[in-house]
Design a protein around this ligand. Structure first.
Ligand code: ADP
Ligand code: MG
Length: 729
């Protein structure tokens, strides 16, 4: 029996697993996190104060205190049955990394002890050679080290019976180049903080800190593990490279907000429980539009912590799925023809005075502050659309952007009817001749009208890659498997840069003798005019928008190898160096790494396509072909006329054609791959993989294979079909 049929018959007996669910989330929330509250309990006053101030200033902890803090953390961890610790980090491979060491060690005289020293807490040297560095290590120093980022608390990861203390760290080379996602993110957040505080101080001198906030929405698919294992393409690439769409797809839209299937429900409750223990504040869960697709979202947090929590959750989701004989698919496009998965990044900025800078205010003054940050964000997206596009570019996201119900590769901003009117009004009424009366009138108008926005929030546009949703922007083009840090580093840097420029522009007007509010209004007006072409309220999925965007001169880069160019442009270097986020060298390295990742992913997909075609698809098709041929021969021998086997003959001809085409195309694809593999320049090679391998062959081969799936006897077909993966559980 093929794996496919044993998987299907197993399904009948696969009940949902028993799980431990706490009656109350508050009873377990954060129980595996070394929170400040826990720290208070386990640390001396001195050590606690030191840790607290490091967290506040997001600074490395004081070396003199490190031993004390490490001892406290170990005492806490041991009280929970932990035996090992690891530095947990987010290398550029895209997954998380850890290397476990035990507390157990031998003293020089051989006495066994348990210890965790300050040095081990603060800094470690993982074997960096297996992580991508984009050539940075070749040019600099071979080693890298991980360093604790105290702004993200230590936590305990439970894997089976084992418990490990994880220290969230950044990963950098000895000469200081960042080798992970987290280090540049922290720098971008710092840049934003400084730039935003300066601008806030026009309105409120009490603001001393601005913290960007992030609430991500994680979309994912769930499939039965046995069916998953019978699909080598899913195992190898996370997506199905073949598979005819099933008779029923998502056209009935009966999955969205429908009841959650029991087995998946048990899985969700189980991973949520794990997440709560880790302090991940999950809030919502629901079905998504596509069958077998779901979403979860937390309450928003500071960006750095939210990014860690998302990476951690993706890991937890994968581990917990196996306990339920399920697999979670975080890939952006596991199934052709139905919705892909994204990870909307809801983003805003909060002041230490408790104000959400993207929430329309209640007074004229706070509204002007809102407008300032609102318009600066739009201007940032306008000016650096290509940088944002590059930050979400990946081989899997290429399958999603611009396809079924996913935003296009064109970066535009949706702000809703109401705010469009407000911006137009500013454009018309803020003129050089504006006097005191005009000024106050304008302010009052905005004041009166903006609060309505919150009620008028029904015209949300689901097709926009970057939408204002009442009190935050929602960056929707981020892919489901991506580390949010990439998008967040880009977004926070471009907004920081724009705010810095804004401050300069406003100050210049003030120096010329303009009143502060008027100077701000004039600069806002200027920014609206300069960036209005990025605003789009219509249907982002439509053909018409593609044309319109081209007319407006908005970039529309559909493939990753070209989208990544924006990381190494002169403009990007100026932007990232100027804000202390990346050096040019780091950008070059990242560019190289992303291109390499792209090449490898396309290469693996191409290989698995060839392998499956030759060893899974064609044998099945040929067996059925023989059956038909024998049948025709038999009927002929029995003296029946042509018309008696006309149908069989027709099917046979079709099968023969698809077999030939498939095998012919696979052979040509292998040749094309060889040509690409001989290329030495990474960018050229990536472009060639995209145009000569992926675009030239993937859809073409798939077309014939999917036709064969419809023609060949179902019993002969090895690969689980879409209807089985999507509808059986
Ligand atoms: P939806 O977009 O599905 O209607 P919500 O508007 O309630 O849902 O929020 C979606 C996400 O936006 C949630 O993860 C939420 O935490 C996040 N969010 C809400 N406010 C903010 C904010 N000020 N900053 C960042 N994220 C936010
Ligand atoms: Mg959303």
């Amino acid at each position: 029996m093929s794996l496919r049929f044993s998987a299907i018959s197993n399904l009948m007996t696969n009940g949902h697993s028993k799980i431990d669910v706490a009656a109350k989330v508050t009873g377990i929330f954060g129980s595996n996190v070394f929170t400040l509250k826990t720290a208070r309990e386990f640390l001396s006053d001195e050590a606690f104060k030191s840790l607290q101030s490091s967290i506040k200033a997001s600074q490395k902890i004081d070396r003199a205190m490190a031993n004390q803090i490490a001892n406290g953390i170990r005492a806490w961890a041991e009280s929970k049955g932990v035996t090992h610790f690891t530095h947990w980090f987010q290398p550029l491979t895209g997954s998380t990394a850890e290397k476990h060491d035990s507390f157990f060690t031998l003293k020089s005289d051989g006495t066994p002890i348990e210890q965790f020293e300050g040095d081990a807490l603060v800094q470690q040297e993982p074997d960096a050679s297996s992580f991508p560095s984009g050539g940075l290590r070749a040019t600099f120093e071979a080693r890298g080290y991980t360093a604790w980022d105290p702004s993200s608390p230590a936590f305990i990861m439970e894997i089976g019976e084992g418990k490990t203390l994880c220290i969230p760290t950044i990963f950098v080379s000895y000469t200081g180049e960042s080798l992970d996602y987290k280090a540049p993110l922290l720098k971008a957040l710092d840049a934003l903080n400084k730039a935003a505080v300066d601008v806030c101080n026009y309105f409120d001198k009490n603001v001393t800190r601005v913290t960007p906030t992030l609430g991500w929405e994680q979309e994912y698919f769930v499939v039965d593990e046995a069916l998953f294992n019978a699909r080598p393409d899913l195992v190898m690439t996370g997506r199905t490279v073949y598979g005819h769409s099933s008779a029923k797809n998502q056209q009935l839209e009966d999955h969205y907000f429908g009841s959650i299937p029991e087995r998946v429900y048990a899985y969700m409750r189980d991973f949520e429980t794990e997440a709560y223990k880790l302090g991940i504040p999950l809030r919502t869960r629901h079905n998504e539009v596509a069958p077998a697709q779901f979403e979860c979202a937390p309450i928003f947090e500071e960006v750095g912590v939210a990014v860690d929590h998302n990476s951690l959750l993706m890991d937890v989701m994968e581990r917990v799925a196996r306990r339920h004989n399920l697999r979670v698919l975080l890939h952006e496009k596991p199934f052709a023809g139905i919705n892909g998965s994204g990870k909307h990044n809801n983003w805003s900025m909060a002041t230490d005075t408790g104000v959400n800078l993207l929430a329309p205010g209640k007074t004229p003054k706070t509204n002007l502050m809102f407008l300032t940050f609102f318009v600066n964000t739009i201007k940032a997206v306008h000016d650096y659309a290509d940088v944002l596009r590059a930050s979400i570019a990946s081989a899997p996201n290429d399958h999603r952007l611009g396809a079924n119900e996913a935003p296009p590769a064109i970066i535009s901003v949706f702000i809703g009817e109401y705010l469009t009117k407000v911006l137009n009004e500013i454009k018309e009424r803020v003129t050089d001749k504006m006097d005191e009366t005009d000024e106050s009138m304008l302010k009052i108008d905005i004041h009166r009208s903006i609060p309505e926005l919150l009620m008028d929030n029904t015209d949300r546009n689901r097709t926009s890659p970057f939408a204002f949703t009442g009190n935050k922007f929602e960056f929707r083009a981020v892919g489901s498997s991506a580390n949010c840090a990439n998008a967040m580093t880009a977004l926070n840097t471009i907004v920081a840069q724009t705010l810095k420029q804004f401050k300069k522009d406003v100050d210049a007007l003030i120096e010329k003798g303009e009143k502060k509010e008027i100077a701000i209004m004039h600069t806002i007006r200027e920014y609206i005019v300069a960036s209005e072409k990025v605003l789009f309220e219509g249907d982002g999925y439509s053909e018409a928008w593609q044309k319109e965007a081209e007319k407006r001169g908005l970039p529309n880069v559909k493939t990753t190898p070209l989208a990544l160019d924006a990381m190494v442009s002169g403009m990007a270097t100026k932007l990232f160096e100027g804000n202390n986020v990346y050096t040019h060298q780091e950008l070059e390295a990242r560019h190289e790494i992303e291109l390499e990742k792209y090449i490898k992913k396309v290469q693996i997909e191409s290989r698995i396509m060839g392998e499956l075609a030759i060893s899974h698809i064609l044998p099945a098709a040929i067996r059925y072909q023989n059956l038909l041929a024998n049948n025709i021969r038999g009927l002929k021998e029995a003296g029946l006329s042509e018309s008696a086997f006309a149908n069989q003959k027709q099917i046979l001809e079709q099968i023969a054609e698809h077999i030939n085409k498939t095998s012919d195309l696979v052979e040509k694809m292998i040749e094309a791959r060889k040509v690409c593999n001989n290329m030495t320049d990474t960018r050229t090679k990536a472009i060639a993989y995209q145009s000569q391998v992926k675009d030239s062959f993937f859809d073409a081969i798939r077309y014939h294979v999917d036709k064969l799936e419809l023609l060949v006897d179902d019993r002969e077909w090895y690969l689980p079909k879409y209807r089985e993966m999507l509808f059986l559980r």
